[in-house]
Design a protein around this ligand. Structure first.
Ligand SMILES: NC(=O)c1ccc[n+]([C@@H]2O[C@H](COP(=O)([O-])OP(=O)(O)OC[C@H]3O[C@@H](n4cnc5c(N)ncnc54)[C@H](O)[C@@H]3O)[C@@H](O)[C@H]2O)c1
Length: 268
């Protein structure tokens, strides 16, 4: 008999590991998973931030979130923290990679005009945004295989699909370094590469948001909205349905794809 949509989305008994788990969009991702019954381990740079987020999530549902500090620029830390988190949860069903050097990251040679962007910043961002996704997926493979519902979600971006529109940033201290788009394009393609090597036991997809509103300057928001068919920036809530779909059996026959949640930004 066919399962109901409710049953396909049910994540009770499942366990997720989320990198960049103390971040802005991660809150919506974590809430969605917890609302569907999942337990999560959230991993980010700073332990105090991880604990704060875990406390808030445990306020929604007791015992649902565990904090782990980890610098994803270090392969050793990435592997050992992933192992510890999986052990603590007793297995793993879902891996979500969200950690990133983005437009808010302060690192010399990063959010600066193209001629001043440095190879050091580019390499560092690639390590966190892209290489760590490779490492942690490899480390999580055995546990995800055991799950029988293994799903990996790599956070891409519209800027992994198209180049930066730099006119948007004029008159602000915002920016979109070349390394950001390059890393996000890499993640979207890596979802295809990993999907083929992880099949048939683990599915791997990318989720690419468009610009998410987080109090950016009005001049930027007005320009962004003008270029977006749905006439607004994304809210973090817009990611909840996409994550629920990709993480659960609702997308059981989908792998190697990129789900774009961008209000139509890349449609024209
Ligand atoms: N905000 C947007 O408009 C937008 C648009 C498209 C895609 N995305 C993607 O969505 C994801 C989440 O974005 P966000 O806006 O919530 O960003 P965010 O900066 O709030 O979250 C990213 C998290 O990654 C963590 N991180 C950075 N370096 C790390 C390291 N070395 N080790 C461990 N953790 C590290 C940061 O501490 C931060 O908590 C990112 O992958 C981003 O590229 C965001």
């Amino acid at each position: 008999m066919m399962r109901s949509v409710h049953s396909l989305l049910d994540l009770r008994g499942r366990r997720a590991l989320i990198t960049g788990g103390a971040g802005y969009i991660a809150l919506a991702v974590e809430e969605a998973l917890i609302e569907l019954g999942c337990k999560i381990a959230l991993l980010d740079l700073n332990m105090a931030d991880c604990q704060k987020r875990a406390k808030a999530l445990n306020g929604i549902k007791k015992g649902s979130a565990l904090p782990f500090a980890c610098d994803l620029a270090s392969e050793d830390q990435t592997r050992s923290v992933a192992r510890a988190a999986i052990k603590k949860m007793g297995g793993l069903d879902i891996l979500i990679h969200m950690a990133a050097y983005g437009g808010d990251t302060r690192f010399p040679g990063w959010v600066v005009p193209y001629p001043q962007q440095t190879t050091e910043a580019f390499d560092r961002a690639l390590k966190v945004n892209l290489s760590s996704a490779f490492t942690i997926s490899q480390e999580a493979r055995a546990a995800l295989e055991k799950s029988k519902h293994g799903s990996i979600i790599l956070f891409g971006s519209t800027y992994g699909i198209v180049g930066g529109n730099h006119g948007l940033y004029k008159g602000t201290d915002m920016g979109n370094p070349v390394g950001y788009g390059a890393s996000k394009g890499g993640l979207i393609h890596m979802a295809q590469c990993l999907a083929t090597v992880m099949a048939p036991k683990i599915r791997v997809n990318a989720l690419s948001p468009g610009g998410v509103f987080s109090g950016q300057p009005k001049v930027f928001v007005d320009r962004y909205v003008e270029k977006t068919p749905l006439g607004r920036m994304a809210e973090i809530e817009d990611m909840k349905g996409a994550v629920a779909f990709l993480a659960s059996d609702a997308s059981a026959y989908m792998t190697g794809q990129n789900l774009v949640i961008d209000g139509g930004w890349t449609a024209w």
